[in-house]
Ligand binder design. Structure first.
Ligand code: ATP
Ligand code: MG
Length: 258
């Protein structure tokens, strides 16, 4: 429906398509206005990293695949932007790693939570937690995001929380969860607090994560464990920052001759 309005040869076609999906999500009552603004912050960093999955992101994706495969109770936390951009990939990832899917919203209304659940069910999810069953709470967290499902995030050992707020990431770490995030900003509090930070656009990271899991599932457990053990999130974030620095220096000379 939306691609008729944007010419395919537009230099920012992909980026504009993502915006259209979010605007559509906003019209459907899935995405909040604050979610549109948060996307803008992400877009800026996507521009800086070069709008492609870089080697530091691939490293984090491999480690995330390993952590999800080794997890006993993995959970994928879904907010409005995630539901609008990658609903099918969320469902596919949950299927291949045996994870639960849970709706968790910063700006929570029951209606929006229900609509997001419907989107996920429509994308093929068998079960979506966090809507009628958000009866447990994450201590020391005061936003609506403290409400979680006892069968989902409350019981999880590994949680994938893409496009997350720093307060909640910190709260999840404090209660002992292993946290994986997808965040284009390598220096957000979330990026710096998570165990694994995939610095990439969620529209590229999620399909890559699904593929990595499928490939890794054929390997023996020792090999998968060693991928996770060798991973160092500080190194990966430093590589993301070095990449941006080098890319900007390169652009200064190629575009401006400086
Ligand atoms: P923090 O609370 O972790 O310090 P923040 O307050 O800067 O982060 P939030 O709005 O809390 O930002 O979180 C949203 C995060 O999601 C931002 O860091 C933003 O860069 C990132 N983001 C937005 N859209 C995308 C996207 N499509 N793919 C990946 N990351 C994204
Ligand atoms: Mg924040």
């Amino acid at each position: 429906m939306w691609d008729t309005r944007i010419p395919r040869n537009h230099p920012r076609y992909e980026s504009l398509m993502i915006r259209e999906k979010l605007v559509e999500g906003f019209r459907l009552g899935i995405v909040v206005p604050e979610g549109l603004i948060a996307h803008g912050r992400g877009e800026c960093f996507d521009y800086l990293i070069g709008e492609a999955t870089q080697p530091f992101a691939m490293k984090a994706i491999e480690a995330a695949a390993a952590a999800l495969i080794l997890a006993k109770h993995p959970v994928i936390s879904v907010n409005g932007n995630v539901a609008a951009l990658v609903p099918r990939e969320v469902v596919e990832l949950a299927r291949v790693v045996g994870a639960k899917i849970e709706v968790n919203l910063f700006y929570r209304t029951e209606e929006r939570a229900r609509k997001i659940k419907e989107v996920l069910l429509g994308a093929g999810a068998e079960e979506v937690l966090g809507v009628d069953d958000a009866t447990a709470t994450i201590p020391e967290l005061f936003s609506e995001r403290r409400r979680v499902s006892p069968k989902g995030i409350a019981a999880a050992d590994v949680v994938l929380v893409p496009l997350e707020d720093g307060d909640r990431t910190e709260a999840l770490r404090r209660i002992g969860k292993f946290v994986i995030t997808v965040d284009l900003n390598p220096i957000s509090r979330t990026s710096l607090t998570a165990n694994i930070t995939i610095v990439d656009n969620i529209v590229r990271a999620m399909p890559a994560l699904v593929e990595a899991v499928k490939e890794m599932k054929g390997k023996d457990e020792e090999e998968v464990r060693s991928i996770l053990e060798k991973y160092d999130n500080s190194v990966v974030i430093s590589e993301a920052l070095a990449h941006i620095r080098e890319r900007l220096s390169g652009l200064a000379s190629s575009l401006l001759g400086c």
